[in-house]
Design a binder for this molecule. Structure first.
Ligand code: PLP
Length: 423
């Protein structure tokens, strides 16, 4: 069984909504990212239901998938955006985002990015260090503006996730130590270039438990009350993103599982008036996409069977980066095919170039495979390593397929490069 309802077998062939995947492979070639518009909308609806009637804003963590069509879909549904670079700001605005719903996270904001975001009049800068606070204040003053800001605090909670996607521990580079936050807020309060509007944290990604969020929330509430005693009133509390999805057999939380206790905790502690912001990425797009790939060769060695496919770590980095698991589905399995245990690997010259390991599958050369749950952190992390053009992206809406990014050409790879004149 597949992990997403919009990718289902019908008459023995895997479909994206109403379109058989082999049709998309014939039309657009492989490797190919295929997204389901209905899945995007349904993921959004889960958040929308959880915040209905509340003072809350969902800022899509667009680093998960920043194709303009995906951004536009969420923007139409009412989303704001969590950005981490000037490039993401430009993308969000190009997709029609309202600047007043954009929050800007990231530990290394450069001066030009700060200027660009101030000019756009974004909702809030999530400041991650004392040095950044100073830079933001100086630039705002120089531009004759006041920068709306919150501190991203590091609440030192363990999100029980992979170390590379855990961000709320003391040893991580993210945020400001929560113990140092009151002094920094007091400093910000004195600065004419700064307008304190909130507090923020993001503790990690692919989180499957509520407890770490509630731990972080408790610490943030203590901070907010301490600031209030100092005469600093915040308007919003941003709990970041991080809700997990089902890659294999995980049981992800529904946004309401998290938000119901969050809202009641805020009310119980006299902070029901605060706007709640969330920055979900993966849980809005992860299971709305797959990576379609074709088996180029089967190769047997004395100790391993390899299925060498036309997708690679440059198209989907997560297995190489985090040893992440993605389900693999043969798109049109035929009766009588033999099951064997395979490592599914790409053509790249790295041993780390694998997409799945030790999977028992009925595969023959030329078969199509769907690498599931590839809507998040797949294309957005793609590279051109080994001079491989980045694959096309298609958005399926019922029985319509829209090419939302064509495959890069070989010429695209080096069109902007220059060989210096000799002399
Ligand atoms: N917000 C911030 C600051 C992040 O760093 C991230 C991911 O790294 C997100 C939101 C989105 O996280 P997720 O995709 O796990 O929801």
């Amino acid at each position: 069984m597949t992990v997403a309802p919009q990718f289902q077998f019908k008459n023995g062939v895997l479909h994206a909504e109403d379109i058989p995947l082999p049709e998309l492979a014939d039309q657009y070639a492989t490797p190919l990212y295929v997204y389901s518009r209905r899945a995007l909308r349904e993921a959004w609806e889960r958040y929308a239901r959880a915040i209905a009637g509340r003072n809350a804003l969902i800022c899509y963590g667009m680093k998960a998938n920043s194709n303009l069509a995906v951004l536009h879909e969420f923007q139409r549904l009412g989303a704001g955006f969590d950005i981490v670079s000037g490039g993401e700001l430009a993308r969000a605005l190009a997709a029609g985002a309202a600047p007043g719903k954009i929050v800007f996270s990231g530990v290394g904001k450069q001066a030009w990015e700060i200027r660009q975001a101030l000019s756009a009049n974004i909702k809030c800068f999530n400041v991650e260090s004392a040095a950044e606070l100073e830079r933001l204040a100086d630039i705002a003053l120089e531009m004759g503006l006041r920068a709306p800001m919150s501190l991203r605090v590091n609440p030192d909670v363990d999100a029980h996730t992979h170390p590379y996607i855990s961000t709320g521990l003391k040893e991580n580079k993210f945020g400001v130590d929560i113990a140092a936050a009151p002094a920094l807020y007091r400093q910000a309060m004195q600065h004419p270039g700064l307008d304190i509007v909130g507090v923020d944290c993001h503790i990690g990604s692919q989180i499957l438990e509520i407890a770490p969020y509630l731990d972080a929330l408790g610490k943030l509430i203590d901070l907010i009350l301490e600031l209030r005693a100092d005469g600093i009133e915040l308007r919003h509390l941003d709990l970041g993103g991080g809700l997990g999805i089902r890659y294999t057999d995980e049981t992800p939380l529904d946004p309401a599982d998290l938000l119901d206790p969050v809202f009641s905790t805020l009310e119980a502690r006299g902070l029901g008036h605060l706007q709640l912001i969330l920055e979900p990425g993966r849980s809005l797009v992860g299971n709305a996409g797959i990576l379609l790939t074709r088996v180029e060769y089967l190769k047997r060695t004395p100790v391993r069977n390899f299925a060498i496919v036309d997708a690679a770590m440059n198209d989907l980095m997560r297995p190489a980066l985090y040893e992440a698991w993605h389900d693999v589905e043969p798109v049109a399995p035929r009766a009588g095919q033999t099951n064997r245990v395979y490592d599914i690997v790409g053509p790249i010259c790295e041993s780390g170039d694998w997409l799945a390991r030790q999977r028992e599958l009925p595969i023959e050369q030329g078969d199509l495979l769907a690498i599931m749950s590839a809507g998040a952190y797949a294309f957005s992390m793609a590279s051109q390593y080994n001079a491989r053009p980045r694959a096309a992206e298609v958005l399926v809406d019922a029985d319509q397929a829209h090419l939302i990014r064509p495959r890069e050409s070989i010429q695209d790879l080096y069109a902007s490069e220059r060989i210096p004149a000799r002399g």
